[in-house]
Ligand binder design. Structure first.
Ligand code: A3P
Length: 287
């Protein structure tokens, strides 16, 4: 059985999430909570693993204490899987939490307590490529259909968690008004050490160069892919079914070239220019 998309304050979201909207909206953040925020498929799991490693001084044993989705709970799914609200509330501070909500839907308590937010954005073409494959596995979302159909939906913002354009621009506009570290997947990929150092500083941690290099290694695609505590392989099947495909797919920049036709790419870029004309946010062009 596949889920449907419903509107929450103008943003399409899985009906399974919308059912619990009041609890999500009124989620009580605490001072010191750290929020990892992303549009889906932008490297969320990657930054989750990095943040957990930084918070635990690169101790790989501690970071294997539980699957990543238990170490860093996903707010929108707290009524569908563990950890639920009760377990999240029982976690010691500082908690690290995950969300895909657009900036205007982030529970107000995070802003009231001036919580630190780490945002990761990924270029649109790779995001839609990854999302298209992912939506074959995600049971709470409608069937993705063919790629041309899916691409239209993505361009119209008619996919789970809504418009990519609004999401990345929304956090970009808020980044100087709040305590938000805005990162790009492509930078993380190209220069992991420097980007991880930025995250460390943002979290007020001071780790040696040796520990930072260890974190680069442990959070690499190859290492995470074979680590059952980091690769989401035990994620509840009713929500994400990995029978035919695994969550850790490719982890590269530019995979869109294997999916888009030249015509789709041209049309997408024209639409992109329109959507992004009023923002200073720029993704690396050489992809
Ligand atoms: P692909 O589908 O392009 O392979 P999210 O965690 O937000 O759902 O993002 C998932 C995407 O990030 C997937 O992209 C996944 O392979 C990629 N990813 C996960 N861990 C990664 C890592 N350590 N390095 C690079 N990419 C990673």
């Amino acid at each position: 059985m596949r889920g449907t998309l419903e509107n929450v304050e103008g943003v399409p979201m899985a009906d399974a999430i919308v059912k619990n909207w009041q609890q999500i909206k009124t989620f009580e953040a605490r001072p010191g909570d750290i929020l990892i925020s992303t549009y889906p498929k932008s490297g969320t799991t990657w930054i989750q693993e990095i943040v957990d490693l930084i918070m635990n001084n690169g101790d790989e044993e501690i970071c294997r204490r539980a699957p990543i989705y238990e170490r860093i709970p996903f707010i929108e799914l707290m009524h569908l899987m563990k950890p639920g609200l009760e377990e999240i509330n029982a976690m010691p501070s500082p908690r690290v939490l995950k969300t895909h909500l657009p900036v205007q839907l982030i529970p107000a308590s995070f802003w009231e307590h001036n919580c630190k937010v780490i945002y990761v954005a990924r270029n649109a073409k790779d995001t839609v490529t990854s999302f298209y494959h992912f939506d074959h596995m995600v049971k709470i979302h409608p069937e993705p259909g063919t790629f041309p159909q899916y691409l239209e939906r993505f361009m119209n913002g008619n996919v789970g968690w809504g418009s990519w354009y609004d999401h990345v621009k929304g956090f970009w506009e808020w980044k100087d008004k709040r305590d938000i570290l805005y990162l790009l997947y492509e930078d993380l990929k190209r220069n992991s050490l420097e980007e991880i150092r930025k995250v460390m500083r943002f979290l007020d941690k001071d780790l040696s160069e040796e520990v930072l290099k260890k974190i680069v290694h442990l959070s690499s695609f190859a290492q995470m892919r074979k680590n059952p505590m980091a690769n989401n392989s035990t994620f509840p099947k009713e929500i994400m079914d990995q029978t035919d495909m695994s969550f850790m797919r490719k982890g590269t920049v530019g995979d869109w070239k294997n999916l888009f036709t030249a015509e789709q790419s041209k049309r997408f870029e024209e639409h992109y220019k329109q959507q992004m004309k009023n923002t200073t946010l720029i993704f690396p062009s050489a992809i």
